[in-house]
Write a protein that binds this ligand. Structure first.
Ligand SMILES: CC(C)(COP(=O)(O)OP(=O)(O)OC[C@H]1O[C@@H](n2cnc3c(N)ncnc32)[C@H](O)[C@@H]1OP(=O)(O)O)[C@@H](O)C(=O)NCCC(=O)NCCS
Length: 257
């Protein structure tokens, strides 16, 4: 079925004098705004408060880089080593994100919202959530980390900053309650990871959950630029796994059938 290519948008377009973003001329924003406040304006349709601008800036900083070890770090370097241009490599960094790595924010925001709506009693809501996820054998987005087993230092720092900036900490408390119920259930601590931290802060700023993963992606893809350029300038090409990194064991029982 065909559809006409006419769009309705309240995000941006040509206004009376100029290209406008959410009703403000882009030339005015160029002169007066910074990137973080403009990103907030673009996503929400309103200018951020001082606290919102500070916290959004901090969470973008917190997500920008986590070394080469995770997939969003090493994948773009491998893709760069094959001779690809910077944009292709940046796209590969984004593609390396997913529900288990940097792409759990939207899901975590929905979880925090569900607990909030379940009951005014946060503990009852958290208990309901953990039991439901455990019964379905599903992992709760925003919790757990392969390296940080006791606490995620990025989460700690972001929560301190948000509290000091005066941001609403309601969703931080819900996240902490879920972590506490999870720990009691699993008999081991499960940290609120960076995705969970971002979820709590973005909920407090009333950002649409659909944009949650994108904000992590914006930060991490920005952080990939330096890695890609370093790799491209290194003169070392076509990375391969070191000897012994792959163990090959064909399933001969299957092939003989
Ligand atoms: C991040 C993650 C992939 C780390 O996985 P991992 O290194 O295998 O985690 P651990 O070894 O600490 O945990 C293993 C056990 O803890 C439990 N567990 C870990 N994360 C859990 C979660 N988010 N919710 C519920 N239980 C969880 C499970 O019982 C798991 O056992 P299983 O393998 O039988 O399912 C995992 O915690 C996860 O999937 N988290 C949810 C997604 C998420 O937040 N991703 C963003 C990461 S920054």
């Amino acid at each position: 079925m065909s559809q006409k290519l006419d769009f309705k948008t309240s995000v941006s377009g040509h206004g009376q004098h100029d290209l406008e973003l959410r009703g403000i001329p882009l030339t005015t924003l160029i002169g007066e705004a910074n990137f973080v406040s403009t990103l907030f304006l673009s996503v929400t349709g309103k200018k951020p408060t001082a606290a919102e601008e500070k916290v959004l800036n901090a969470l973008l900083v917190g997500a920008i880089d986590h070394g080469i070890d995770p997939a969003s770090g090493f994948v773009p370097r491998v893709v760069a080593s094959s001779g690809n241009d910077v944009l292709t490599c940046m796209a590969s960094s984004l593609l390396a994100l997913g529900p288990y790595h940097g792409g759990a924010i939207t899901g975590a925001m929905e979880v925090l919202k569900a607990v909030d709506e379940y009951s005014e009693d946060t503990e009852a809501g958290a208990t309901w959530l953990v039991k439901t996820y455990r019964a379905d054998k599903k992992r709760i987005p925003g919790f757990g980390h392969p390296v940080y087993t006791k606490k995620d230092p990025r989460t700690e720092q972001l929560f301190i900053l948000a509290r000091n900036a005066g941001l609403d900490i309601h969703y931080i408390n819900i996240a902490k309650q879920i972590a506490s119920v999870l720990e009691a259930e699993l008999l081991k601590p499960l940290v609120i990871n960076i995705d969970g931290a971002l979820a709590a802060l973005l909920m407090a700023m009333k950002i649409d959950p659909l944009a949650g993963n994108a904000l992590f992606g914006v930060a991490r893809v920005a952080g990939s630029i330096a890695h890609i350029v370093e790799e491209q300038r290194s003169g070392d090409w076509v990375r391969r796994l070191p000897d012994g990194a792959v163990s090959y064991a064909p399933d001969t029982q299957k092939t003989q059938k």
